[in-house]
Design a protein around this ligand. Structure first.
Ligand code: F6R
Length: 609
């Protein structure tokens, strides 16, 4: 999704903006631009495509100045083009604006502004903002703050804004609603950014802006106000993760780095929550609240949804509470049967996904308690949910989610144990087995990484395929869905996941000579059934790659290839099974020569519907 950076200080603004935008490249974008005060004028430079195009353009025609705003755009309204890219300016050039989010009432605003004589230069929703501010500025006798506060209350939708005004040379005004924005604090210089990594090389002290808080930023001060202009005080948030954690750390891609970080990330999720004497410390929620819960809805998108499918099994098995798992984009428009005895669990790595946020708000409006499982401290989800469980996976930069998924699984297992111990409906010995297994997870995840070389070789055999099908039963079906999503999003190979038992109901028609089938079989109780499904596709000429463990490998010796992962309790097994599938997707995409960390058409954080 789009990225914002802003700088006001004494150094070259363009350099800092470009540096920050580069750190936000992972969010996905199709054009980039900056606006800088050069003397007392605002000058803008924008380019379509990669940031390097903008860098080259600025080499030819530099923008020298110490105050500026920058943006990487991911098109929503209007195609990717120079004219649609940000910053957008008011007609007179007095205001320059960068914007993340979507203005839902832009057509109505545009008509009104056109009637007032404003001429539009782009097809974007964003362009109404600088014109509207300009119009409010005239109505308020040239008061920048009042113009912004009066304009933003007319905007429907979501926004994070960085705004320059030609009449106030060394100032940025920043404000957000339903789209992330932070203010970075320096010495004689200050910053804005849509995400911490953008300014981490500059400062670790930030303000996490709340909705409709207006930040007035100069090089020597950051003042926060509410819409009426009353001062707002806020605690400085200290960023604790290392700059290196936001960089590639020696790996060729963020995705590979993040796959390798999974043992440590899982250890961080467990830390302080499950001790070696098997005592659970689930401080995120009160067991009295849990005791009243009779039904759970897990709501999420994409990979987080797949984590939810595993969570359902864990909660139902250990706590005997019925769980439904729903896509946030569907849940928000359904009429779910929820009441005070229902718990809604939203899962979101970023904590900013529009559909997940909307679902959470819908649940809250119905007085239903919401537990958020998220990775991003201070994210919108974390601020609005009743209870928050942080996964502490560290920043996930790769668009394809890996360590976020495994840590979401760990979080859900811990929650299932918490629910089980609140409900006391299964013997403690059964719960303790799961706890013991979880404590070993960081080490087991390290062992799964030993499959890497074999997978690298395997991917060379199949990377030219146009289709691959994933098969699994029970929890392996959830793993198959996640493995298939990883493959399609970064290798652009068409891929679908099927439950083994569904093959005969249609999908088997797709199997022909040499069709690649990825079979996941981690459960000794289900492997005989999987073996039958595998035989069905083998006999029709499929090339079958089986991801197995010591408990199941003997049953699947007839497969063309086998990758063996550590054996875990069947309930926990998805944690081990997914790692080689992530590596498989990675190496297939690498063989195909694709831009793995920035797959086409995708964005890291989907903050629009
Ligand atoms: C896939 C992927 C997406 C996200 C989805 C939800 O690799 O990353 O499917 O899982 O967009 O994002 P969050 O978890 O940030 O709400």
């Amino acid at each position: 999704m789009c990225g914002i950076v802003g700088y006001v200080g004494k150094r070259s603004a363009a350099e800092i903006l470009l540096n920050g935008l580069e750190k936000l490249e992972y969010r996905g974008y199709d054009s980039a631009g900056i606006a800088v005060f050069t003397g007392s004028e605002i000058n803008v430079k924008k380019e379509k495509g990669r940031l390097v195009n903008l860098v080259d353009a600025l080499k030819e025609n530099p923008l020298d100045g110490n105050t500026g705003i920058g943006h990487t755009r991911w098109a929503t309204h209007g195609a990717p083009s120079v004219k649609n890219s940000h910053p957008h300016c008011s007609m007179t050039g007095k205001f320059a604006v960068v914007h993340n989010g979507i203005i839902e009432n832009f057509e109505e605003l545009r008509t009104n502004l056109k009637n007032k004589g404003y001429v539009f230069a782009s097809e974007t929703d964003t362009e109404v903002i600088p014109h509207l501010i300009d119009s409010c500025y005239k109505d308020n006798g040239g008061d920048f703050f009042k113009a912004v506060s009066q304009a933003i209350v007319q905007l429907e939708g979501s926004f994070a804004l960085g705004i320059l005004c030609q009449d106030e040379e060394d100032k940025i005004i920043a404000v957000r609603k339903d789209s992330p924005l932070i203010v970075g604090l320096g010495e004689g210089e200050n910053y804005i950014a849509s995400d911490i990594p953008a300014i981490l090389s500059e400062t670790r002290d930030v303000y996490l802006l709340s909705d409709l808080e207006i930040a007035v930023i100069t090089k020597d001060s950051v003042k926060l106000f509410d819409l009426e202009g009353n001062p707002v005080s806020k605690e400085v948030f200290k960023v604790t993760f290392s700059e290196n954690a936001a960089q590639k750390g020696g790996f060729e891609h963020f995705m590979l780095k993040e796959i390798h970080e999974q043992p440590e990330a899982a250890a961080n999720t467990l830390r302080g929550r499950l001790d070696s004497s098997l005592k659970l410390h689930f401080a995120e929620m009160d067991s009295a609240v849990m005791g009243k819960i009779k039904k759970i809805h897990i709501v999420a998108c994409g990979t987080a949804y797949h984590a939810g499918l595993v969570g359902k099994r864990a909660i139902e098995q250990l706590a005997k509470i019925p769980v439904s798992v729903e896509l946030a984009s569907e849940f928000r428009y359904n009429c779910p049967l929820i009441d005070e005895e229902t718990l809604v669990i939203v899962i979101s790595q970023s904590g900013e996904t529009a559909d997940t946020l909307a679902s959470m708000r819908m649940a809250k409006s119905l007085n239903v308690p919401v537990l958020a499982i998220t990775n991003v401290v201070g994210s919108t989800v974390s601020r609005e949910a009743d209870f928050v469980f942080y996964t502490y996976a560290g920043p996930e930069i790769s668009v394809a989610s890996t360590k976020a998924y495994t840590t979401q699984l760990v979080a859900l297992f811990l929650f299932a144990i918490f629910a089980a111990e609140s409900k006391k409906v299964v013997p403690q010995a059964e719960i303790d087995k799961v706890k013991t297994e979880l404590l070993n997870i960081p080490e087991k995840l390290s062992q799964t990484l030993a499959t890497e070389d074999a997978i690298k070789e395997l991917s060379k055999k199949v990377f030219k395929e146009q289709n691959m099908y994933y098969l699994g039963r029970g929890l392996d079906f959830s793993t198959a869905m996640e493995g298939s999503l990883k493959l399609k999003e970064i290798s652009y190979i068409h891929s679908e996941a099927f439950a083994g038992g569904e093959l005969k109901h249609g999908p088997i028609a797709l199997i022909e000579n040499n069709t690649v089938v990825v079979a996941i079989s981690s459960d000794g109780d289900l492997c005989a059934k999987m073996a039958s499904n595998i035989k069905e596709v083998l006999s029709r000429g499929a090339f079958v790659i089986a991801f197995v463990n010591d408990a199941t490998k003997a049953t699947h010796e007839d497969c063309n290839e086998q990758i063996v992962v550590p054996t875990l309790l069947p309930l926990i097994a998805p944690l081990a099974s997914i790692v080689p599938l992530q590596l498989f997707a990675y190496y297939v995409a690498k063989e195909r020569g694709y831009d793995i960390d920035k797959p086409r058409n995708l964005a890291k954080s989907v903050t629009v519907e």
